[in-house]
Design a protein. Structure first.
Lengths: 341, 265
């Protein structure tokens, strides 16, 4: 929980975190090396100097690191761990549901582990969705439309094979579909992170919640346009948030657009751990105000305490059926285990 | 045959010529972005240019556009007999280097490797973005200087030319905006309006605010890319940390930017 200066306790649900293994031992080829290098460049580029990690720790951190960075040093009450396999790049997957679930099983009250699938696998993808539901009772998945798969360098949410998968998700009650729509890092497809497919999928699957991680940046205008028209489209703030430190005015412009078009009930905090750690992000967000001239251009929208509380946890809690007040009470009753082992 | 002193002078003119090549998505000269790694002029009047991008994954579209731009600009120098452009450390470097130095037309190469996209239309798309960003900068500066919406939208090119901006960015963007305006034939004579949309429409005073908001949303996207690109190239090639804004032309010419180090930080 984040404690404000006036003593209020703010529930924090970190909507976008990972437990990855990008170490050289797990890299299948040069692409695996380049991918984690690229992540590390994001980390070094946008973090405050005192928050920087060494490369080897960044490549592969431990379950203890996660617990400490998120819940002891960090203000998170709960975290959603996303799965991303990148099987063409990593021998045992970049962040697999099995490895993440094992890590999370030590503190099940604090983690939500999401699965993932690749619709291009056809029948196998459907079988895998069943497997994840039966074994891990997943409530959500993370989609990575730019993932490589053999000759294919990307896919779209409205591909027929993807629709079959989403039909099954709907049937099994896997309601929260997180989609990476962010900076282009694997763009061999025309533009595999283009956001337009969200428009189709969100319209055709009204029962599912579409959480667009990185809010479509650098296609914020396209994303806002789509999100405005769909009631079931949300924005994950990972990657946008760290700009609060390096370019605060720019961050204000992005937030003003999101608040104006998408609205305060549909924005979700995400640290993108381990690219960034939540402690400094949440602290800076809580103390941030959109500059007045920027706010004035967008009908006076502002990051008030109430809005921040929604962004930091209440919005995600409602998507995942969590009673924030009860959760805070439960966690307060069982103090943080400093020695996690 | 060139003498040594000529070679180094000519290398400087090549560097200056390369300032005309922009990163298409950011509308910033590739020399400012630190993308150009090496320029070499040989006694046989052959020129070699090596460049590199912030990540291994940077969009192939952009890589092709920049490679083509480099070759076109260098070929404009009348003493140049031959140009070789080399993109380094990129997932598409082999294709880009074959495409830019081979005998196929750029249109063919681009279409072949970029999902059948037309080079011309992609170029136009990026020119539009550049136009928008440059226009927003000067419009905001005029607004800040206290000009009314009416005064701004009715300003002629002749009046625009007389304006002296103070801010660094406005000073930089004013000629860049003007040159696009003229080259796209959106304005030519001094009585033509200085501010029209990319499609040549007049802007109504009452719509200026809305127009600016549209320009802003395009700029927000470009700025995101720009911030990431600069940061990523700084961290990928950590030697590019000379001065707060990366290496300058002088740094490159004086050899202060060492050969790339492929190892990450």
């Amino acid at each position: 929980m984040y404690k404000t200066e006036d003593g209020r306790e703010i529930f924090v649900l970190d909507g976008h975190t990972h437990f990855w293994d990008g170490s050289p031992e797990n890299q299948a080829n040069v692409h695996g090396k380049q991918f984690i290098d690229c992540f590390y460049a994001y980390h070094t580029n946008l973090s405050p100097a005192e928050e920087l990690w060494e490369k080897s720790k960044f490549e592969k951190y431990t379950a203890d690191d996660v617990y400490r960075d998120l819940f002891i040093d960090g203000p998170d009450d709960m975290a959603i761990i996303q799965s991303t396999y990148l099987s063409d790049f990593y021998k045992n997957g970049f962040s697999s549901i099995e490895r993440s679930s094992e890590m999370a099983s030590r503190h099940p009250e604090r983690f939500i582990v999401n699965g993932t699938f690749d619709p291009r696998d056809g029948e196998k993808a459907l079988e895998y969705i069943h497997y994840m539901k039966e074994n891990f009772d997943i409530q959500g998945v993370k989609m990575y439309t730019a993932e490589w798969n053999g000759d294919s360098k990307g896919w779209a949410l409205n591909d027929p094979a993807a629709y079959k998968c989403f039909e099954l998700c709907d049937k099994l009650g896997i309601r929260n579909i997180h989609v990476h729509k962010g900076p282009t890092i694997i763009p061999l497809n025309k533009d595999a992170f283009d956001v337009h497919d969200v428009d189709y999928a969100a319209t055709d699957f009204q029962n599912l919640n579409w959480i667009i991680e990185h809010c479509g940046l650098p296609r914020l205008d396209d994303f806002c346009w789509i999100a405005t028209q769909e009631t079931n489209v949300y924005a994950g703030l990972a990657v946008a948030l760290p700009f609060i430190h390096s370019r605060p005015r720019y961050f204000g412009e992005v937030m003003a657009e999101l608040l104006w078009w998408v609205g305060e009930d549909k924005l979700l905090f995400g640290s993108d751990y381990a690219i960034w750690t939540p402690a400094w992000l949440v602290d800076q967000l809580w103390n941030y105000q959109i500059p007045e001239d920027i706010s004035a251009e967008r009908g006076g929208v502002q990051l008030t305490d109430e809005v921040k509380e929604k962004i930091l946890g209440l919005n995600a809690a409602s998507l995942y059926g969590i009673d924030a007040a009860a959760k805070l009470k439960q966690l307060n009753a069982s103090p943080i285990q400093v020695a996690a082992e | 045959m060139l003498k040594e002193i000529q070679q180094s002078e000519l290398a400087t003119t090549v560097w200056e010529q390369l300032e005309n090549v922009s990163d298409p998505e950011l509308d910033e000269p590739i020399t400012d972005m630190g993308f150009v790694e090496r320029v070499e002029v040989f006694t046989s009047e052959k020129v070699e240019v090596d460049f590199r991008l912030p990540t291994y994954w940077c969009s192939p579209n952009f890589a092709f556009l920049m490679a083509f731009g480099i070759r076109q600009e260098v070929e404009k120098l009348n003493w140049v007999r031959e140009v070789t452009v080399t993109l380094k450390d990129h997932c598409f470097d082999v294709q880009v280097n074959e495409g830019v130095n081979g005998s196929c037309s750029f249109d063919e190469v681009f279409s072949k490797y970029c999902n059948g996209e037309e080079l011309e239309s992609v170029n136009l798309k990026f020119l539009e973005k550049a136009f928008i960003r440059r226009q927003e900068t000067v419009l905001l500066a005029l607004q800040q200087a206290g000009l009314s919406a009416e005064a701004i939208v009715s300003m002629t090119l002749g009046e625009f030319d007389l304006i002296e901006f103070q801010g660094e960015e406005e000073v930089r963007q004013k000629p860049r905006y003007r040159s696009l305006l003229v080259s796209r034939q959106l304005a030519s004579g001094s009585d033509d309006p200085a501010f029209v949309t990319w499609t040549g429409q007049r802007i109504e005073a009452g719509n200026l605010r809305q127009h600016l908001s549209e320009l802003r949303s395009v700029r927000i996207n470009m700025e995101f890319n720009g911030a990431l690109c600069r940061g990523l190239s700084n961290t990928r090639y950590k030697e590019v940390e000379i001065g707060p804004d990366g290496p300058t032309l002088v740094d490159f010419i004086q050899g202060r930017v060492p050969p790339q180090n492929f190892e990450s930080v």
